[in-house]
Structure formats: structure tokens, C-alpha cells
Design a binder for this molecule. Structure first.
Ligand code: Q46
Ligand code: ZN
Ligand code: ZN
Length: 307
């Protein structure tokens, strides 16, 4: 197996690009894929203030490395979810990465700063752990970006994440979700910060290979709350199809973004947003979903403590 660029020994095969790469040319290839995505979707300009949501996993740390190597100055924000060793290890990997490269990292500790952990929220409400987690991440990362005066919130979703989410949205034919599934979610007057996903052309196995080649240490253990997560199941199904037809996942996602999504455009922004009565962040109801989650969880925790 030879590198497509230099004919040296290749270390990775990327079947959907019909190419093999040696380590340095694979790194170049990934950088080009991300740069192309940033330009194609006009995600941000070098003068924009960028903050990246980092989890300690391979995708967000690889993306932090890629953007830094491409010359962008990006700060990081880590949300501690209170999921035992998984959270403490993820935090350690994130801090070590940031320190080793002199990058600015903000940490929000959900149990200490807000008063509850994700397992407590899942136990106190009708939400699954992943639903409570997703809601908390969207809320807190947006809040940190807004309060920090950032122009853009950068997220590390990869090709597999986006294709699996699209698959789920298609199975439900949910027009609002399909309209909002985009590489760029624009800012709005209500306080939502522009959100972008520069890693969507890079598959999960490629971010893992990139992290190994670049010597990035990341949390390899899966979150213990992930069991039964439907997105993971969709990823397995799509991987089985990709195995038979290389490029299928990318065609599915980018075909939708180029040709399918315009059909759902009228569903974008069809809901009126107003300021949450408790926190002031944009919401469709009177009190936002995160404030309701927090209130319900804190009531449950204090009633358990009292009994
Ligand atoms: S961290 Fe959170 Fe994932 Fe754990 S609780 Fe689910 S969503 S599985 S990316
Ligand atoms: Zn090469
Ligand atoms: Zn609120």
C-alpha cells in the first residue's frame, strides 16, 4: 500500500477518496478537508473570535489541533458532566492538551457551578441521560460563548455524527430538525451564537488516526451512559453500508445538504423565540427547557436529601 502523493509506505487507506496516505500526507489531507469545509460554508474569518466545545474525546481535540495548525486562534470550553471517572479523565486529557499547546480553556463544572450532574438529571426527569446531556451542552456552551463575547461557537461533529443524526431525522421525517441540520447555524438576535461544524468531511476513524499520528492523548473509553444510544446504533448500520459502498455516508449527508435541505427551508425559523423568564436565553416557551430541567432536578435532589 503506497501513499498516493509520495509513493512512500502508506499508513491509512481512505476508500471513499480512493486513496492511501503516509502519515505526513494524511495530516495534510485532513487539514485540506477542514479548510475546504470552512471556506465552502463561509464558517468564519480569521478575525472572528472562536470558541470550541471540547469533550476530551478524539474529535474535539483533533479539531482543536487542526484549527491551530491552520493558523486560527481558538479558545476551548469544557463542560464537566459529573459522570464519574469518565468525566474526570476527559477533563484531564483536555487540560493536558490545552496546557501543552498554551491554549486558553474555560471549564464549567455542572455539579459545582449549576448544582446537578447528568446522571442526577436523568434520574429526576423523564429525559434519558443523553437527552439531558445534549440539552445542557447546547445551553451552557452557548451561554459561555455569549458571555465571553465570541463570534462563533465551533463544534467537533464529524461525518459519522452528522450522517447518523440525518438518518434519525429522516426516519422521523421531522421537518424542523431537517431544516436545522446544517454545517452553519446562524446567530440570531435572541442570543444564539453562530454555530459551525468544520469536521463534517472527516470520518470518525480518520479523526482517531489523526489523533494517533499527531500524538494527541484522548479519552478512549466510551461514556458509561451511552448504552442504548440510538445514534450509535445508526452509526453501526451506516458503517455496514459504507463497508459495501465506500462513500455512501458522505453522499447521504452532502447530497442532503446540497439538494435535499432546500425543500425544508421554509421550516427554518418558523418558531418565534422569546427571552426565558428565568435566565433570559432564547426559548420557544416562557421558561426554557434547561431552566425547567435544572428546576426539576434540584427539587428532586433536595427532597431526597430531606427524606
Ligand atoms: S457524553 Fe452525554 Fe454522550 Fe454520555 S451522556 Fe450521552 S450524550 S453518551 S456524546
Ligand atoms: Zn506521502
Ligand atoms: Zn432559561
Amino acid at each position: 500500500m503506497k501513499c498516493k502523493v509520495c509513493r512512500d509506505r502508506a499508513v491509512i487507506q481512505v476508500r471513499r477518496h480512493n486513496a492511501n496516505f503516509c502519515a505526513p500526507h494524511f495530516v495534510d489531507h485532513i487539514h485540506r478537508q477542514v479548510e475546504k469545509t470552512i471556506h465552502h460554508y463561509r464558517m468564519f474569518r480569521p478575525s472572528d473570535r472562536l470558541v470550541l466545545g471540547v469533550s476530551g474525546g478524539k474529535d474535539s481535540l483533533a479539531l482543536w489541533d487542526i484549527l491551530t495548525e491552520l493558523g486560527y486562534r481558538v479558545d476551548g470550553v469544557y463542560l464537566h458532566l459529573g459522570i464519574g471517572e469518565y468525566s474526570s479523565d476527559s477533563l484531564r486529557f483536555t487540560q493536558e492538551f490545552a496546557e501543552s499547546r498554551g491554549l486558553d480553556l474555560k471549564i464549567v463544572d455542572l455539579p459545582t457551578d449549576v448544582g446537578f450532574s447528568i446522571p442526577q438529571a436523568a434520574a429526576a426527569t423523564a429525559r434519558t441521560a443523553c437527552s439531558a446531556c445534549g440539552l445542557s451542552k447546547r445551553y451552557i456552551l452557548n451561554q459561555v460563548a455569549a458571555e465571553g463575547g465570541y463570534d462563533v461557537l465551533v463544534m467537533g461533529h464529524n461525518l459519522d455524527d452528522e450522517a447518523a443524526t440525518l438518518f434519525g431525522n429522516v426516519l422521523q421525517w421531522n421537518p424542523e430538525y431537517l431544516a436545522r441540520q446544517a454545517p452553519v447555524l446562524p446567530a440570531d438576535d435572541g442570543g444564539l451564537i453562530r454555530k459551525v461544524k468544520p469536521l463534517i468531511r472527516v470520518a470518525e476513524r480518520e479523526t482517531a488516526a489523526y489523533a494517533v499520528i499527531r500524538g494527541i492523548e484522548y479519552e478512549v473509553e466510551e461514556c458509561p451512559m451511552a448504552a442504548g444510544n440510538t445514534i450509535n446504533r445508526y452509526k453501526e448500520w451506516l458503517n455496514a453500508l459504507e463497508e459495501q459502498s465506500p462513500g455512501l455516508k458522505a453522499n447521504f449527508l452532502f447530497g442532503f445538504l446540497d439538494r435535499g435541505q432546500p425543500a425544508f427551508a421554509s421550516h427554518r425559523g418558523s418558531v418565534e423565540l422569546a427571552a426565558c423568564a428565568e435566565c433570559g436565553q432564547p426559548t420557544t416557551g416562557e421558561v426554557c427547557a434547561f431552566c425547567r430541567l435544572r428546576r426539576q432536578t434540584l427539587v428532586k435532589i433536595s427532597s431526597r436529601a430531606a427524606s
